[in-house]
Design a protein around this ligand. Structure first.
Ligand code: HAM
Length: 432
């Protein structure tokens, strides 16, 4: 027998047992972004490679070694998007959405990075991202953080902490970069291979090194906040004050630099210690120079993206009971008349009870085997329509999970009875 084909490494199926949790999470997060007046933008999963090279930066890990880049049949170099900001900015520019107007946008979907897969790090992963373009003050940065805080609150997440930093203006960053390179060069012999490589190309990323042996050198390195320009300092202090006003605790992490080149001024990350090495569930910041760099008029911008897989893992780690896709009702059918009449009855019920999830037994089978399927479906109630019930206009109502006694009811009473029992169930779940 031929070997069966497996999924691409690092690319996951989201199975029917998991999809309800995803839908729940997406619905909660969508409601939050809508509460702040953001509109969804749907973007292609593929863009011209040049867009990412220019936006994310030539000497970043993503562009250097993680992009899924290929030539299409016309010989054009295309890349599966490793993130959403670049495409979102490209779309805004292309559709003239930045002329004399601001944009508050969000998107969701798969992103692709050829990283070494491990728990919480995949080659296809899902983000929900938010971008605000055309606003330069710290108020909109604060709005980003308010929004994420509200997301965690809506989901009942507690084990997350906020780290913030300012990268300053590009000029301030250049001055800091020179000071850092000078310091690190003086200790070049102590640098690990990765850091030596980055010394010329992207020295700020050395501050992000996960190698414990680099800790001592990094801890005495010049600090970014000491090099901030005064406008950026005021911007950052105002942001921190706005967070204080809203009671949002935050840790200023002077070594937070982010792995994408487009950032300036505010950067932030929400981190947790519940997920091992991949503890950043959400990250973002300001990218005031990007629109101009891509050929548009200077347009300030800020945003963030969160990793759906990590968020779900964190909810599960916290013991959150995420919703399932189980039907409420399983309809057991017997005999020819019963089957025909029952199929129509199921349609009537779907009409009469909005939101009811009713799974009809298809493919026949003995009552015994149908009840086994009913049990496996996770339904709380089985309804039975056999030839007898069909003839008398009745239905047998059988609670499956200790939700009361079996009874025979007339067809027109079923919708009311179902609403009653399901309401009770929902209330009980809410109390638990
Ligand atoms: P990022 O930090 O590269 O930023 O990714 C944002 C989030 O996506 C991460 O914090 C993490 O939760 C999730 N993530 C990233 N890579 C993976 C992976 N390989 N597997 C699973 N989850 C992952 C950006 O993408 C920026 N575009 C964010 C942004 C928007 N900045 C401004 N606007």
């Amino acid at each position: 027998m031929a070997k069966t084909i497996q999924a691409v490494r690092g690319m996951n199926d989201i199975l029917p047992t998991q999809s309800a949790s995803w839908q729940y999470l997406e619905a909660v997060l969508r409601d939050v972004v809508h509460a702040y007046g953001y509109s969804e933008i749907r973007l292609p999963v593929m863009e011209k490679t040049e867009l990412f090279r220019r936006s994310i930066g030539e000497v970043t890990d993503i562009v250097e070694k993680e992009m899924y880049t290929f030539e299409d049949r016309n010989g054009d170099s295309l890349t599966l998007r490793p993130e959403g900001t670049a495409g979102c900015v490209r779309a805004c520019m292309e559709h003239g959405m930045l002329h004399n107007q601001v944009q508050r946008l969000w998107y969701k979907g798969p992103m692709f990075r050829h990283e070494r897969p491990q728990k919480g790090r995949y080659r296809q992963f899902y983000q929900i991202g938010v971008e605000a373009l055309g606003m330069e003050g710290p108020d909109i940065d604060a709005e980003m953080i308010f929004m994420t805080t509200r997301m965690w609150r809506s989901l009942g997440l507690k084990d997350v902490t906020l780290q913030v930093n300012s990268l300053g203006s590009p000029e301030a960053r250049t001055t800091y970069r020179s000071a850092l390179v000078e310091y690190l060069s003086s200790r070049a012999g102590e640098l690990d291979e990765d850091s030596r490589r980055r010394l010329d190309s992207n020295p700020l990323r050395i501050l992000d090194s996960k190698n414990p042996e680099m800790k001592a050198i990094i801890s005495t390195a010049p600090q970014l906040p000491d090099y901030l320009d005064s406008d950026s300092r005021v911007h950052f202090e105002t942001l921190c004050a706005l967070l204080d006003d809203a009671g949002i605790s935050h840790e200023v992490n002077p070594r937070l630099v982010r792995g994408l080149d487009y950032y300036s001024r505010t950067v932030f990350e929400w981190v947790t210690d519940q997920l091992g090495a991949q503890g950043t569930i959400c990250a973002g910041g300001r990218y005031d120079g990007l629109v101009e760099y891509l050929g548009g008029r200077p347009t300030p911008a800020t945003g963030f993206a969160l990793g759906m897989e990590r968020l779900i893992a964190l909810l599960e780690a916290g013991g959150s009971e995420l919703p399932g896709n189980r039907p409420h009702v399983y309809l057991v059918l017997g005999g020819e008349q019963g089957t025909r009449s029952g199929m129509v009855f199921a349609e009537e019920l779907r009409e009469a009870v909005p939101g009811l999830r009713i799974q009809t037994n298809c493919g026949g089978g003995s009552f015994k085997s149908q009840f086994r399927r009913a049990d496996r479906s996770g339904a709380v109630i089985a309804l039975v329509v056999g030839d007898d019930e069909a003839m008398r206009g009745q239905v047998t109502f059988k609670p499956l999970r200790g939700a009361g006694e079996q009874e025979v009811l007339s067809r027109q009473d079923i919708a009311g009875r179902l609403s009653q029992v399901l309401d009770l169930q929902l209330n009980r779940m809410a109390e638990e």
